[in-house]
Design a protein around this ligand. Sequence first.
Ligand SMILES: Nc1ncnc2c1ncn2[C@@H]1O[C@H](COP(=O)(O)OP(=O)(O)O)[C@@H](O)[C@H]1O
Ligand SMILES: [Mg+2]
Length: 322
Amino acid sequence: MSNVVLQVENLHTSFFTRLGEVKAVDGVSFYVREGETFGIVGESGCGKSVTGLSIMRLLPEPGGEIIEGKIILEGKNILELSKKAMRAYRGKMISMILQDPMSSLNPVYTIGDQISEAVKLHQDLPDNMVEAEVVSALRLLRIPDPEIRTKEYPFQLSGGMRQRVVGSIAMSCRPRLLIADEPTTALDATIQAQYLALFDDIQAKTNVAIIFITHDFGVVSRICDRVGVMYAGKILEAAPTRDIFKAPKHPYTKALIDSVPRLEVKDERLYSIEGQPPSMFRLPPGCRFRPRCPVAMDICGEQEPPEVKLNEDHAVSCWRVK
Ligand SMILES: Nc1ncnc2c1ncn2[C@@H]1O[C@H](COP(=O)(O)OP(=O)(O)O)[C@@H](O)[C@H]1O
Ligand SMILES: [Mg+2]
């Protein structure tokens, strides 16, 4: 496949806790091409963030461990890199935007200081060129009056503007891969729409590959080219966004899509999925979605469904799909 930036193959990441092993990521595979946005969508606790943190190799220690699999970035399996080599790689090749911008910004430094720190760390630039690079990083995220903003502190900015600054820092190293982990969840609807629009913009200018993590299929429809639907540590269905909206195959995908509020339908009762995702300590036998599945059959409680490829880009793991 041409211009694939990231290929994740059969990734298994576990937490070893006093209560036992939690298989937070349980055999996940997907790829992202240059200039493409791949969405990872699913309910809270299904392993989306742990997938992102595994790719960054920034799992919480002790406890979090990559057990198996490959994470191939531009042809190189980054799981084979030393910690030191990985640090350099992380700066130059991959960066991540987290949900809460305040946790990524230092309250006692100005915006300018924080971005120039990132620029100096990751790019070999003479001192007199750093400022121009900082301003251009702010411009990339469409931050108005960048020369003024550089002198301000995080608390002087609105939530939406702070998240843009975090985006500027993430993009300032000119990464090949950007992982955005629910970056708009803490923003209100209008600001969220503006922020999502920025991703198209950034991609058009930089051709960066993006993994966009969200629990919201509405967000997926706006910005993802392809999407993987994750449940209890596994991707149950993956397809181009257009196909998955037109013809979702997995009952879980259908349920998630049905739970997106539609603007044009007034007073519609929101469909929500009954029950809770299973405890990650004890998965049910067979298909992990079976206890909540409205169309489960006997075999679903006995054996895990194999992945069926409907075509080159559409895969689904469900006994109902042949
Ligand atoms: N620090 C941790 N220690 C133990 N288990 C964890 C830790 N972080 C996450 N997990 C486990 O991994 C699962 C997936 O977590 P996460 O990737 O954060 O979910 P999501 O981002 O989809 O909401 C959780 O359900 C939890 O069981
Ligand atoms: Mg998360």
